[in-house]
Design a protein around this ligand. Structure first.
Ligand code: FES
Length: 580
C-alpha cells in the first residue's frame, strides 16, 4: 500500500532511511509525527534536508562562535528551499583532551560517518575547525559518501603584549622558552597567558588547524577563498550562508567527498601543504583522509613533490605573519594561482567547478607579497616537509625543514636517549644530565602504539641548563608528533614506532646517529650484529593493551603514521550503495 500522505518529493528528507518497525508506512507516519512535535509544519517536512554536523562544546574554545555560524548556514539552506537540521557529534578541543586529541580523531570520524548514514538527510554541512575536527569530519564524510561541504570555523585574531602581536600558539612556545631560560619572570608569563588566545577561532598561525583548513580548500571540499577568513570576520558569516546555499545545490548530485578526494586532489593538497610550510600533523591527517577514498600517500612521492614545490607563505611558525594577514594578503586563491602550473586543474570541487575553472576567474587580484611570495622569489626553494628513511626509520620519519635550523641538516651526533615521556619529564632538567648542544635527543615510546597515543611531545624541551646557556635548537628525534605551531630541527613520526617493536627502541645513549637532509636519510650508526644482540638480550614485549572500550579498539586497530594512524578496518573505499 502506498501512503498517500508520503512526501510529494518522494524519497527525500525525512523519508530517507526509515526506522525499521516492519511497516514502512507506519515508520514514516511515526517519524513525521515526532518531527511535528518539534514544531515543524507539514510543508517543512516535505522539503529535502541538509544535515549540519555541529560541533560546539564547552571544552572547545575554538568553536565558541559556532552558534552564530549555524544561524548563517541555516539561513542559506532555508533560502534555497531545503530544511536545515543540525545534529551533534563529539567535538575535539585540542588542549582539553588527555592523553591527546589524536586518540579520539578516529572516534569522531566514526561518529560523523555513522550519524550521516543513520539519519535522514540529503546533503551535509560539516562544521569544524580545531585541529582534529576537520580531518575527522572529512574522513567520516568520505566514508559516508553523501554530498557534503565543509565550513571551516576560521582562525583567531592576534592579541597584543607590550606593543607586540601575539598569536596562539607559536608565541605561546616562544614565551615559554624564554620563561624556562629565565628571561621572562612569573608575573610576565602570567600576563602573556591572558593575551595569547583572545577571540573565538582556531590557532592564529599556520598550525595544524590552519593547515587543514587550507588543505580542505585545496582538496575542493570548502567554498573557494574561505579557508583563511578569520572566525570573527563578517565574511565568515557570509561564507557560512553561502555554504548552506551550496549544500542545497549538492542535493541529488554525484559530487560526493569520495569522488572529490582522489589521487589528483590529494596531490594538489600535498603541494599546498609544502608551499605553506604547513604542519607535520597534516601529513598524517591527509594520509588518513586519502586512505578512506582508497588513495595511498607515499612518502617517497612526498619527497619528489617537496623538491619541486617552493615555500611561498610567510606565516609563523616558519615566517612572520598570522592567518589574518594571509586572508588580507589574498589567501588561498593567491597561493593556488602561484602554484597553478604545479597543480592538477581538472579536479572537481564541491561547487561543481573544476579547480582550473575556479582559478580562471580571479587572475587580477591584488596580493601582499610580504605574506605570499611570487614563485620567482620564494621563501624557500623547496617544500616545507621532507621524509627521511634509514635503518632508524625504515617506513619513514618527517622533518619540517622550513621550521628547522639548516646548519643541522647534515649532522652526526651522540644520542641521548629518553625511554618514555615520564623519563623525559624526570631527567630533562636535571643539572647532572650528560648532554651538550651537538648531541641528538631521542625520545622513545611516544608513537601511535604507546599508551599516550602519539602526543605532540616531539618538540622536546631544550634541557634547562643548555637553554640558560643560550642554546635555542638541537636535533630531536622521536616517534611522537609535534604541534603545527612549533619550530626546531625535530624529526618526528619515526615509523615503525618503538612501542610496536621499531628500531627506535634499540637506540642507547652514546650511540651515534647521522642525519642527512640532502640524502633524506636518518641512520643509527650501530652495526647489525650489535642491534641483533640488543634485541635478543631484551626481546620486544608489547605493553599490556587496554581490555575494554574505545581504548581497546584504538590499541587493537591503530595503524602507523605512514598509514595516517587510521584504524585498519576504516581504510579503503567501499562500493557505493544507493541510499534507502
Ligand atoms: Fe584549537 Fe589550536 S587549540 S586550533
Amino acid at each position: 500500500m502506498t501512503d498517500k500522505r508520503e512526501t510529494k518529493n518522494g524519497n527525500v528528507g525525512f523519508a530517507h532511511g526509515l526506522t525499521n518497525y516492519g511497516d514502512r508506512d507506519f515508520s514514516l507516519y511515526l517519524r513525521r509525527s515526532f518531527a511535528q512535535s518539534m514544531g515543524y509544519s507539514r510543508a517543512m517536512l516535505e522539503k529535502p534536508v541538509v544535515g549540519i554536523a555541529y560541533t560546539p562544546s564547552g571544552f572547545n574554545n575554538c568553536h565558541r562562535h559556532f552558534p552564530e555560524l549555524l544561524d548563517a548556514v541555516k539561513r542559506g539552506v532555508l533560502s534555497s528551499g531545503a530544511l536545515p537540521i543540525e545534529f551533534p557529534t563529539i567535538s575535539l578541543g585540542e588542549v582539553f583532551l588527555s592523553p591527546t586529541s589524536l586518540k579520539f580523531r578516529n572516534l569522531m570520524s566514526m561518529d560523523t560517518e555513522e550519524m550521516i548514514r543513520a539519519q535522514p538527510m540529503d546533503a551535509v554541512v560539516l562544521m569544524g575547525g580545531c585541529d582534529k575536527t576537520v580531518p575527522a569530519q572529512l574522513m567520516g564524510a568520505v566514508s559516508a559518501g553523501l554530498p557534503s561541504i565543509m565550513l571551516i570555523g576560521g582562525p583567531m585574531m592576534t592579541g597584543r603584549h607590550k606593543g607586540e602581536r601575539l598569536g596562539a600558539c607559536t608565541d605561546c612556545r616562544r614565551f615559554w622558552a624564554q620563561y624556562r631560560a629565565g628571561k621572562v619572570d612569573d608575573e610576565e608569563i602570567s600576563t602573556v597567558e591572558g593575551r595569547l588566545a583572545t577571540t573565538a577561532g582556531t590557532c592564529a598561525v599556520m598550525g595544524t588547524a590552519s593547515t587543514m583548513a587550507c588543505l580542505a580548500e585545496a582538496l575542493g571540499m570548502i567554498l573557494p577563498g574561505t579557508a583563511a577568513i578569520p572566525a570573527v570576520h563578517a565574511d565568515r558569516l557570509r561564507a557560512a550562508e553561502a555554504t548552506g546555499l551550496a549544500a542545497v545545490k549538492l542535493i541529488g548530485s554525484k559530487i560526493t567527498p569520495d569522488r572529490i578526494v582522489n589521487e589528483k586532489s590529494v596531490e594538489n593538497a600535498l603541494r599546498v601543504l609544502l608551499a605553506l610550510g604547513g604542519s607535520t600533523n597534516a601529513i598524517i591527517h591527509l594520509t588518513a583522509i586519502a586512505g578512506r577514498a582508497g588513495v595511498n600517500v607515499s612518502l617517497p612521492r612526498l619527497n619528489e613533490l617537496s623538491d619541486t614545490t617552493p615555500v611561498l607563505v610567510n606565516l609563523k611558525p616558519v615566517g612572520n605573519g598570522y592567518m589574518e594577514d594571509f586572508y588580507a594578503a589574498g589567501g588561498m586563491g593567491a597561493l593556488l594561482r602561484e602554484l597553478k602550473d604545479l597543480l592538477h586543474l581538472d579536479v572537481l570541487t564541491v561547487t561543481g567547478e573544476t579547480l582550473g575553472q575556479r582559478l580562471e576567474t580571479d587572475d587580477d587580484e591584488w596580493v601582499d607579497r610580504t605574506i605570499i611570495s611570487a614563485r620567482a622569489t620564494p621563501l624557500e626553494p623547496q617544500g616545507g616537509l621532507v621524509a627521511l628513511f634509514g635503518n632508524l626509520a625504515p617506513r619513514g620519519a618527517i622533518l619540517k625543514r622550513s621550521a628547522a635550523d639548516s646548519n643541522l641538516f647534515e649532522h652526526e651526533g651522540r644520542a641521548v636517549v629518553f625511554t618514555s615521556l615520564a623519563d623525559l619529564a624526570a631527567r630533562v632538567d636535571d643539572p647532572a644530565l650528560d648532554i651538550a648542544a651537538h648531541d641528538i635527543m631521542v625520545l622513545q615510546n611516544a608513537g601511535p602504539n604507546a599508551p599516550e597515543c602519539m602526543p605532540e611531545a616531539g618538540y622536546l624541551p631544550i634541557p634547562k641548563k643548555l637553554a640558560q646557556a643560550g642554546v635555542k635548537d638541537m636535533i630531536r628525534v622521536s616517534d611522537a608528533r609535534m604541534s603545527g605551531t612549533a619550530f626546531g630541527t625535530i624529526v618526528l613520526h619515526v615509523t615503525p614506532d618503538a612501542a610496536s617493536g621499531g628500531p627506535l627502541g634499540l637506540v642507547r645513549t652514546g650511540d651515534r646517529i647521522r642525519i642527512s637532509v640532502k640524502n633524506k636519510t636518518i641512520d643509527l650508526l650501530v652495526d647489525e650484529a650489535e642491534l641483533k644482540a640488543r634485541a635478543a638480550a631484551n626481546p620486544f614485549v608489547a605493553a599490556q593493551k587496554p581490555t575494554r572500550g574505545y581504548a581497546k579498539l584504538y590499541a587493537d586497530q591503530v595503524l602507523g603514521a605512514d598509514e595516517g594512524c587510521d584504524f585498519g578496518f576504516l581504510r579503503g573505499a567501499e562500493p557505493k550503495k544507493e541510499r534507502a
